[in-house]
Ligand binder design. Sequence first.
Ligand SMILES: Cc1ncc(COP(=O)(O)O)c(C=O)c1O
Length: 478
Amino acid sequence: MPPVSRIGGRTLAGLLPDLHSQRGPVYSALRDAVTALVLDGRVAPETRLPSERELAAALQVSRATVTAAYDALRESGFLTSRTGSGSYVTVPAGTAPRASIAIWRGAEVEDTIDLSCAALAAPPGVLQDALPIAAAALPAYATNEGYEPAGLGVLREAIAARFAARGVPTVPDQIMVTNGASHGIDLLLSVLAGPGDRMLADLPTYPGVIDAAKRAGVRTVSVPMAIDGGWDIAAVKAAFRQTAPRLAYLMPDFHNPTGALMGDDERVDVLRAARQAGATVIVDESFVELGLTAPPRPAAAIDPHVITVGSLSKPIWGGLRIGWVRASVELVQRLAALRASIDMGGPVLDQLVAATIVPQLPDLMPERTAGLRTQRDTLLAALARELPQWRAVEPQGGLSLWIELDAPMSTALTLLAAPAGVIIVPGSRFGVDGTLERFLRIPFALPPEQLDEAVRRLAAVWHQLDRTGAAARRLVVA
Ligand SMILES: Cc1ncc(COP(=O)(O)O)c(C=O)c1O
């Protein structure tokens, strides 16, 4: 597979540690450092490395040293060279993550704490209050066949009004109601891209979109996020320029899994770069209502060409299966036409329930986010107490912490945590090709006592793991 992005000699040199202070020959220190950058998701798979001459100059080492390091990387499967495409990083076969998080729900012990989902239980009373109102409205809808591929008018109106209240004027015809945001993403990939097209996404990103892209034959171009949290805007802009993707999938509002919030200036920069590259931007706002900091302007308020995907799953309840796409009237019609050939439309009763809940969102969220703040702080405090060697950037919203471990053993931890009564998903699930072994996502969606207990159990497992170099390395590349 030819490379899609490239990294310059000086940029790569800036990511590397001092090679001369490492044990052993410089070439093997360079090989190890590049391997670690790939596995940690700091250099994305399929990135073309600088020429040997360029890197040698940037590192002020001999060209023979870089040649030896590149040879060693090729031997271990982390580098592939092809005439005309140069040398680009790869991940050896066998490192790839599983395609489903269901696989991580293994041997459950009795009081297992499930941290596999960044999702909340429904807020008390909200569904119970909405259901009788929806049920009373239902008979009026049952007088025709009931198929509405773009969604019920009353719900499209409520969602459009919520966009307008957030500063994005929207008419109901610009809204398509879907079975959750994931359904919207699938439909958009089918309509807007085809096999072989590229989609730019963050590394890490929401695993569901990686799977959806794979199903659509769309190639994910990953852009590593900044080491200290948030986006590396220069890298995002370079990726748009270099790879000319057809689509970009972004979560500027409380990114899953990092909880990062993109600033207004950053949004402007990224959206401008996307437009210059001719890419269509899909912004996933699944977490936008779960801010612990107020988000800046919605992306669609900055660039009217942005397509927005949203959902009630995170602010209210995933079981409702109500999401939406906001796009041009013409695109909504195309999405609805496709949907009519797949499942005809969504359940009317559920949409009526959603139509009573959407207008209440601004009133419901303060209590929800107050609870989340306590849970986030509890989790951060428990980690600082039990596992101070792990590093977490405080998220500005959303439902999870993205944690940097002190050894690249996320999968090993995950496997041992299950019999110890904690279900977690390894960092590699949030990237392509089995990278991100040094990272772990922990949602703070459960009550504080459970988060405290989960961290105690994880610490006990982590202390049992052999994190010394050789063992950790073997596990990573197995
Ligand atoms: C960023 C993101 N988008 C979409 C989804 C899917 O949500 P839905 O339940 O609305 O399909 C999730 C679920 O975890 C998510 O994290």
